[in-house]
Design a binder for this molecule. Structure first.
Ligand code: AMP
Ligand code: MG
Length: 410
């Protein structure tokens, strides 16, 4: 494998290394309606003109502009064109036709007058008070998009908006990167599935449930999920099974305890570390590597806050890179600090925080009460990760700080 192991790497260094070494899997072509949440592997081009025909953009009357004199006309109404129906004959001089938004413009009509500028007279005539210009309220064929025009670039995640654009462009099949197949494994003798009664010394496995949702949100497909005790042979078997996928996301047992077996077992199974420990608080035990067979491994600390923060900072980026999304430092936003913060020590830090917008649209961010990285409630209402550089002095309330938004403010 073509990488050096980085020890105690800073977040910036980790993102750089991931950008240098992550590659998306093989693309495949699928029906567009199945592509929600997938990332485009190739540019998507429109299969037809849009609109595919000249159409009305207002409810009103299709007319010939030459019938108008000094902003007035009296024209015979020859019928109605609703949306979805084509008028079979050309529009003759001296006539008009009622037309609805989205309906095809009859041949020889060259403008639409809004119904608000018309008045129905007797004998099937309509009187107009308007000075229409040629093309008024007509959306010409191909005026928005031409056949074969670029609609969406490779690397775009398909959401409701992009899916609608693909369908409007007549695209029926798209080339996408497959969703990474992810194995999620929590390790520790003490872990018990949610809902089960705890015996002395046990806690509920809250990391698995959080990671499952985070992995799904980033487009991963969970194919293996669960817990394994810190028993070498059981753990080895579970890790090996997990490594048959695109990504193995393992939490717990990553650091220096007597039962922290995960790094050594993974090495025995052929994993090479790209990242072996991070200069990060919390997140020192973080590891990221790759197996000989090409499975990426993200090893997260077991402490719930560290686990969530490391996944959000790096696990998410690995998953995005495997799907062909841009790889790099997540966007940081400037906000006004809502509480005093102490000086930060030697390692860069990210901590659970809440951001909001003020009455003038200004952005505020406040650290949340957080009783150490083992606090399983510390991330519960976080919608931001507040960043502190290594060695910065105390920051008073009101100072500008930076954070990674995780969600919109409530
Ligand atoms: P470890 O990283 O295995 O040394 O675990 C560090 C701390 O996190 C210990 O207090 C563990 O009990 C706790 N922990 C580990 N895994 C989980 C998990 N899946 N859910 C909740 N807490 C965990
Ligand atoms: Mg443990």
């Amino acid at each position: 494998m073509d990488f050096e192991t980085l020890e105690a790497a800073t977040p910036e260094r980790i993102w750089k290394a991931l950008r240098a070494h992550l590659q998306p899997g093989r693309p495949r072509t699928i029906p567009v309606e199945e592509a929600l949440g997938c990332v485009l592997a190739g540019d998507a081009r429109s299969a037809h003109d849009f609109p595919p025909f000249d159409r009305a953009v207002k409810d009103g009357y299709a007319v010939q502009v030459s019938d108008f004199e000094r902003g007035k006309a009296r024209l015979r109404n020859v019928g109605l064109v609703p949306a979805g129906v084509e008028w079979p004959e050309p529009l003759e001089a001296g006539t008009c036709i009622r037309i609805n938004t989205g309906a095809p413009i009859p041949t020889d009509a060259d403008a639409v007058v809004m119904v608000e500028h018309s008045r129905e007279a007797e004998d099937g005539f309509v009187e107009f008070g308007d000075d229409p210009k040629v093309g008024q309220y007509i959306n010409r064929q191909a005026s928005l998009v031409k056949t074969d025009e670029l609609l969406l670039r490779a690397g775009t995640r398909i959401n409701a908006g992009t899916l609608a654009a693909l369908v409007a462009g007549g695209i029926t099949r798209v080339e996408i990167f497959s969703r990474p197949r992810v194995a999620q494994l929590s390790t520790g003798y003490e872990l018990v599935e949610q809902g089960k009664e705890l015996k002395e010394g046990q806690i509920h496995d809250s990391n698995s449930i959080a990671l499952e949702e985070l992995i799904r949100q980033v487009g991963g497909e969970i194919v293996m999920f669960g817990r394994c005790p810190d028993d070498p042979s059981a753990l080895r078997a579970s890790l090996e099974l997990g490594m048959a996928n695109d990504l193995l996301c393992v939490t717990g047992g990553m650091s220096k305890g007597t039962h922290d077996l995960v790094p050594r077992l993974l090495e025995e199974l052929g994993v090479r570390w790209l990242i072996a420990g991070a200069a990060l608080k919390p997140g020192k035990p973080l590891r990221i590597g790759r197996s000989e067979t090409g499975c990426w491994v993200v090893g997260l600390p077991g402490n719930p806050v560290s686990c969530a923060i490391c996944f959000l900072l790096f696990g998410r980026v690995v998953l995005e890179g495997l799907q062909g999304l841009p790889i790099g430092k997540p966007p940081h936003i400037a906000g006004i600090l809502g509480a005093d913060l102490p000086a930060n020590e030697k390692r860069p830090m990210y901590q659970p925080a809440e951001w909001s917008t003020g009455s003038n649209g200004e952005i505020h961010v406040s650290p949340l009460v957080w009783r150490g990285s083992g606090d399983p409630f510390g991330m519960a209402i976080a919608n931001a990760l507040l960043h502190r550089d290594a060695g910065v002095p105390a920051a008073p309330r009101g100072e500008t700080v930076h954070f990674i938004p995780l969600d919109l403010p409530r």
